[in-house]
Design a protein around this ligand. Structure first.
Ligand code: BGC
Length: 496
């Protein structure tokens, strides 16, 4: 046993000794998540259309680390049976995956539905249900058909209807078996990241494009939600929401309180307030802030496009639960005069004149922006309940990034344990958190970081043509959690 192993062992044993056996309620469900482009591969199988990621990484291969792309990824297009087996090994009740829009609708439009695409998802859904695992299906996880990107993508207001047409096809094909739907994964990622050269469509348009995209994602989500409500809910009784990225922010000093509130509105509010607030529309402070900025910059119209009264009504209240992707917490402080502000990976800091820091007392994960501060999740759950009065929250992503591919990923186990503990506290406080979906089932194509970092419960050998999957210690731990319905298993598996 190395010195480090001894320390880890002591930490884990002490965690075990101090913990009580807390059991999650029977209605609380455990799951894991993935996304089409990150795992499927089969980028040109059968009649699949090109996605904007295919296009980006084939034409600008240097954009992602090591020139990587998702052409094969985890090859789940062929290995989906093994993926289901892994869900069974983990004892999952939920498996969240996404549908590739261009795989199902090669032209982007419903003029032609791919037989092959249709069967792929039918097999996956049926295979999961046979094992008693509920599919949680995301309609869109960052992989727009390139044909639609060529027409302006998320900056074109017509996309709201194109998305609703696509959603109708998906609900028609799978609505009899899928009861939990997420329209969009992280519109923040689609717009704020995608229009800031950090993700497809890899545009540098943070001033205008990003905000057009912001508004259009809200309308697209709302149209799909209403469509389900009217045409499918009476028959299928499912629930629809979206996954919203929510990094928790806290003021560094009392003096930074106001700017922290503005930060929360900027990062989260622009994608949550129109849907979840009682009054709808943009969060007022950030709207004002951005309007003033636009005037000073000489724009004749707000950069954040105004919602009409009808649009506010169209979007407001279009949810059946809150889908939360939570990863970490940051401290916010006003930048000092002349201070250089970095905006990666937290976009928009320059615009607000803020600096995001880690609290010295929070341990860091394997990268310098990833603080291990599980209490942030608890605070965020409270904030969501207090601010929007949401009645149900499903954690649709929560996971730990690692830079080495060690199978003994004890920090990930600790991260899961500590986050589950905070969820448990929130439930005890009366917040209705109905499930926890871990990101991610297995290592996969981590966007521009390629295969250099990992989030997986299972490691994947990307140099092996078979893409062998191997459980990490966190997979063993999580399978104890799902079966025992408690997080108090940190000692298990490590030294067996
Ligand atoms: C995204 C995933 C991504 C994960 C880790 C989430 O925001 O939905 O696609 O892999 O973060 O970066």
């Amino acid at each position: 046993m190395s010195y480090l192993d001894v320390i880890v062992f002591c930490i884990l044993i002490s965690a075990k000794c101090c913990s009580q056996d807390v059991v999650f309620p029977s209605w609380f469900k455990f799951g894991a998540a993935s996304a089409a482009y990150q795992i499927e591969g089969g980028w040109n199988a059968s009649d699949k259309g090109e996605s904007m990621w295919d296009k980006l990484l084939h034409t600008q291969p240097r954009v992602a680390a090591d020139g990587a792309n998702g052409d094969v990824a985890c090859d789940s297009y062929h290995l989906w049976r093994r993926d289901i087996e892994m869900c069974v090994e983990l004892g999952l009740e939920l498996y969240r995956f996404s549908i590739s829009w261009p795989r199902l609708l090669p032209s982007g439009f419903p003029n032609h539905i791919s037989e092959d695409g249709k069967n792929y998802y039918n097999n996956l859904i049926n295979g999961l249900l046979e094992k008693g695992i509920e599919p949680v299906v995301t309609l869109y996880h960052f992989d727009l058909p390139q044909s639609l990107q060529d027409l302006g993508g998320w900056a074109n207001p017509l996309i709201a209807d194109w998305f609703a047409d696509y959603a109708r096809v998906v609900f028609t094909l799978y609505g009899d078996r899928v009861k939990t739907w997420l329209t969009l994964n992280e519109p923040f990622g689609i717009c704020d990241v995608g229009y800031n050269l950090q993700q497809a469509p890899y545009l540098n348009d943070t001033e205008v494009g990003r905000y057009l995209c912001n508004k259009n994602t809200m309308l697209a989500h709302a149209k799909a939600w209403r469509l389900y409500q009217e045409e499918f809910k009476p028959r299928y009784h499912g629930k629809v929401s979206l996954s919203t990225l929510f990094i928790w922010y806290e003021p560094l000093t009392p003096d930074d309180k106001e700017v922290t509130e503005l930060t929360i509105e900027h990062w989260e509010g622009r994608y949550a307030h129109p849907i979840f607030s009682k009054e709808g529309g943009w969060p007022p402070r950030i709207q004002q802030f951005l309007d003033n900025a636009a005037k000073k910059e000489g724009y004749h119209r707000p950069r954040l496009p105004t919602f009409t009264a009808e649009e506010i009504e169209l979007v407001r209240g279009t949810y059946d639960f809150y889908g939360l992707n939570h990863y970490t917490t940051r401290k916010v402080r006003k930048a000092k005069f002349g201070e250089e502000i970095e905006s990666w990976p937290f976009y928009g800091s320059k615009e607000l004149g803020i600096v995001l820091e880690n609290d010295r007392s929070w341990p860091l994960g394997s990268v310098d922006w990833f603080a291990m501060y599980p209490e942030g999740l608890w605070k965020q759950l409270h904030w969501l309940k207090d601010t929007y009065g949401v009645q149900e929250i499903l954690i649709t992503e929560n996971g730990y990034v690692n830079v080495d591919d060690d199978l003994n990923d004890w920090k990930r186990m600790k991260y899961i344990r500590d986050n589950l503990e905070q969820i448990q506290y929130a439930i005890e406080d009366g917040i209705n958190v109905t499930g926890y979906i871990h990101w991610t089932l297995m290592d996969n194509f981590e966007w521009l970081a390629g295969y250099k970092v990992n989030f997986g419960l299972y490691a994947v050998n990307f140099t092996d043509p078979e893409r062998k999957r191997t459980p990490r210690e966190s997979a063993r731990y999580y399978s104890k959690v799902t079966r025992g319905r408690s997080y108090d298993y940190l000692h298990v598996g490590l030294y067996e």
